[in-house]
Design a protein around this ligand. Structure first.
Ligand code: URA
Length: 270
């Protein structure tokens, strides 16, 4: 074991600057033994080098490394969720800064719109993508009907689980904010899951928008634009994937860092 570090910034100051509360609150986290640095429980007075030290709270990595970036993109339809498309279509990584290089967390179909996280934070991305963490995703699906609303029977089937070719879906939260528009909250991440679920109950999707990822939502982010996640949002995501069955409900809208404006109109359904 190495001796105490005498250089670097005080741990509570670093944690406070990354959104973990006041310095006093961060000292309490440290005193309670909830913070580790490079795998060792940190003591009060500990200093860290944000470039090199690995800090965790309750087993969740704390994004203290300045080179890590986290973007929230409102993906427009027609853009592919990949780093490079052999068919030459526009990709989500072309909609965010080229440096540092980031990659999408999970994927949205080419025709699906809405929120997508892009980051170079591999550890957080892996945790978010892992099914064991069951991070909730919420969608607004406009579906085909024969004029009226989706029936209570179809909604019940979606709620309880639908048999798809890769098995029964887990229970979902479903509401119908307006006739033919379903708000669907799931915590699985199967390929084209929402489209296949709706198709299975006789209501093919005509428009699909993701409106929430865990605690992240943003009604004002216009399609084709992105913004940097706040430190609190990164912390909340890290917390959600630290818990064994972490699902986070929506938090209050964040103070907004600047975002880049795109050319397409806003999602009116979001
Ligand atoms: N479910 C789908 O069907 N498509 C998506 O893009 C995301 C979830």
């Amino acid at each position: 074991m190495s001796g105490p570090r005498l250089t670097g910034e005080r741990l509570q100051k670093v944690l406070a600057s990354r959104g973990w509360g006041s310095r006093r609150a961060c000292e309490e986290l440290i005193a309670a033994g909830r913070v580790t640095v490079n795998g060792e429980v940190a003591q009060l007075g500990r200093r860290v080098d944000a470039e090199h030290d690995h800090v965790e709270i309750d087993g969740a990595p704390v994004g203290i490394r300045p080179e890590l970036v986290h973007y929230l993109l409102n993906k427009p339809a027609g853009v592919v969720t990949t780093a490079a498309d052999p068919q030459g279509r526009r990709t989500v990584v072309q909609l965010v800064p080229a440096e540092p290089r980031v990659f999408p967390v999970g994927r949205l179909d080419v025709d699906t719109e809405g929120l997508l996280l892009l980051t170079n934070d591999g550890e957080l991305a892996n945790r978010l993508a892992h099914p064991s963490h069951g991070v909730e995703k919420e969608y607004l699906a406009t579906v085909a009907t024969h004029g009226g609303p989706v029936s209570a029977g179809a909604i019940r089937r979606l709620r309880e689980g639908v048999e798809l070719d890769d098995g029964l879906t887990a229970p979902a939260r479903i509401s119908q904010p307006s006739p033919g528009v379903l708000r669907i909250t799931i915590h699985e991440g199967r390929n084209r899951q929402v489209r296949r679920m709706c198709e299975a109950v006789g209501h093919p999707v005509t428009r699909l928008v993701r409106t929430r990822i865990g605690s992240l939502r943003d009604r004002r982010l216009r399609p084709g634009t992105w913004r940097v996640l706040t430190a609190v949002e990164v912390r909340d995501l890290a917390r959600a994937v630290a818990a064994p069955t972490g699902t986070l409900r929506p938090a209050k809208a964040p103070e907004r860092p600047p975002c880049r404006t795109g050319s397409s109109p806003p999602n009116d359904a979001v």
